[in-house]
Design a protein. Structure first.
Length: 202
């Protein structure tokens, strides 16, 4: 029987690098880093939506797959900033609302991929890293606030994927320490998981 060579297109932000040692992988990192909040936006600066759809159209639907990687920059920077500058009146906190809104926007894009017959997996966000306010953004959350946002975001995205029947790659639970940061063994730098994560079945 002839061997089927599968190509895995890993799409998204700088966290795509943790998949770099998979066989048959093609890393498609967009710049600037895509946000989950804008993942449905055809006019976003990263063109993430457009690149996803273009890649889906050229994939072999019978043997190729796509892994989508985004959301960490939302958790680290954007959600807390929006919470401070544009609080919304809702049940719960505006942090919860913005997480739900980002997930809702992502859902639109994932539904389009599903309708195209694309074989895709959703990579969750990793635990928080210990990088400080490297980009000097206003309203940068402190460690406790950030780790809580990451935890909430992970929980919401995982539940969403479960409800929709989407394959979810949990890169949070196995690699999070008791405080919600990346375990030392799996740290590449102050933000990213290293390739050791691939030793964990997913």
């Amino acid at each position: 029987m002839q061997e089927i060579n599968m190509t895995t297109y890993v799409m998204g932000d700088s966290h795509t690098r943790m998949f770099s040692q998979l066989d048959g992988v093609v890393i498609v990192k967009t710049e600037p880093a895509p946000t989950m909040f804008n993942s449905h936006n055809k006019n976003s600066s990263s063109k993430f939506y457009n690149i996803i759809m273009e890649t889906a159209d050229k994939m072999d639907k019978y043997k190729d797959r796509m892994i989508l990687v985004c959301g960490e920059i939302d958790a680290r920077i954007h959600i807390y900033h929006k919470h401070i500058t544009m609080p919304v009146q809702c049940l719960g906190t505006s942090i919860e609302w913005y997480i739900a809104e980002a997930t809702s926007h992502y859902e639109q894009t994932l539904k389009e991929l599903e309708d195209k017959g694309t074989n895709f997996l959703v990579c969750g966000i990793p635990p928080a890293g210990k990088q400080g306010n490297f980009y000097k953004v206003p309203n940068y959350a402190d460690d406790n606030q950030r780790t809580e946002i990451y935890r909430m975001f992970h929980k919401q995205l995982k539940q969403f994927c479960y409800n929709k029947g989407y394959t979810f790659i949990d890169v949070y639970t196995p690699f999070s320490d008791s405080k919600g940061f990346i375990k030392e063994k799996y740290i590449e730098d102050e933000v990213h998981l290293n390739v050791r994560f691939q030793a964990i079945p997913w």
